[in-house]
Design a binder for this molecule. Structure first.
Ligand code: FE
Ligand code: FE
Ligand code: ZN
Length: 278
């Protein structure tokens, strides 16, 4: 079982690796740059190599880096789009310092231009930025459908992937809160939801999981995360998701409203479930 949470990147890679170990984690997520800003920190190669040794020693799973929220590949304003394209391309270069991991991003918000236009713009950027020799797989996150978010259904994600030339470089990150808020009933119809995902996108394209309970009802399109077992999805359903064979082997990232103690408990809880199963 690979499980972890979002860590602060401000102290560098080795610091994140050590922080993960203290929480009982063996993977983690981090923002490639200030989530609400633009500028990225210089990468320190000595720090990266110490981290890669630690990652190897402790048999970490794939990391799930997260693009900044300010990145919107289908923004209406051209300057925002240009900025977003630059961030995307630069992040892919930076990701190669830690080869073979995942770069997760919100597909974008079409801000009134319509989902179809958004899908066209997003796939265009992917076709410009993805390179045959990159080792990173970029992940489209399943979205709750708040506002004008693109990626609120499996069909919309599939439409983006369909337009990408280097399909082996793109996949999906399954956010349990977002999928639920988007109208997929993972409490009562979990098997059917995965069957549908498989039919429309393919489970082989599901590379990572954001493991969150939700403060709102199925189909609410709200996107407010809750602690595991304290939301509308609830403990039993979260357990079934964690143990579902459709997700076996994928890194699970907690994005729940917690402090370190809370994350430690949730990581231990999910590990307990996995051990009981074996
Ligand atoms: Fe996200
Ligand atoms: Fe998420
Ligand atoms: Zn969210």
């Amino acid at each position: 079982m690979f499980i972890g949470n979002h860590l602060s990147a401000s102290g560098g890679y080795e610091a994140m690796g050590k922080a993960a170990l203290l929480l009982g984690a063996n993977t983690f997520a981090f923002f490639t740059r200030n989530p609400r800003g633009g500028k990225a920190k210089e990468i320190n190669e000595a720090d990266v190599s110490k981290f890669l040794a630690l990652k190897e020693e402790h048999k970490f799973g794939k990391l799930v880096a997260h693009a900044p929220y300010t990145m919107n590949l289908c923004a209406e304003k051209e300057n925002v789009r240009t900025f977003s394209e630059e961030v995307f391309a630069d992040d892919l270069i930076r990701m190669e310092y830690t080869p073979g991991n995942y770069y997760n991003f919100h597909p974008g918000s079409h801000v009134g231009q319509g989902a179809e236009a958004g899908i066209e713009m997003i796939s265009k950027v992917l076709n410009q930025a993805l390179k045959p020799d990159q080792s990173t797989i970029v992940l489209l996150e399943t979205m709750a459908g708040k506002g004008s978010e693109v990626g609120r259904s499996f069909e919309e994600l599939r439409e983006i992937i369909d337009r990408v030339e280097l399909k082996e470089k793109v996949g999906v990150c399954f956010d349990t809160c977002h999928v639920w808020d988007g109208g997929y009933d993972i409490v009562n119809r979990l098997d059917e939801v995965f069957t549908e995902f498989d039919r429309i996108i393919g489970l082989d394209r599901l590379y990572a999981v954001h493991f969150n309970d939700s403060m709102n009802e199925c189909g609410s399109h709200k996107d407010r995360h809750a602690k595991i077992g304290e939301g509308c999805i609830g403990m039993e359903a979260m357990r079934r998701v964690a143990l579902h064979p459709a997700l076996a082997g994928r890194p699970f990232i907690l994005e729940t409203p917690n402090d370190d103690e809370g994350y430690k408990k949730e990581i231990a809880l999910v590990r307990e479930w996995a051990e009981e199963e074996n």
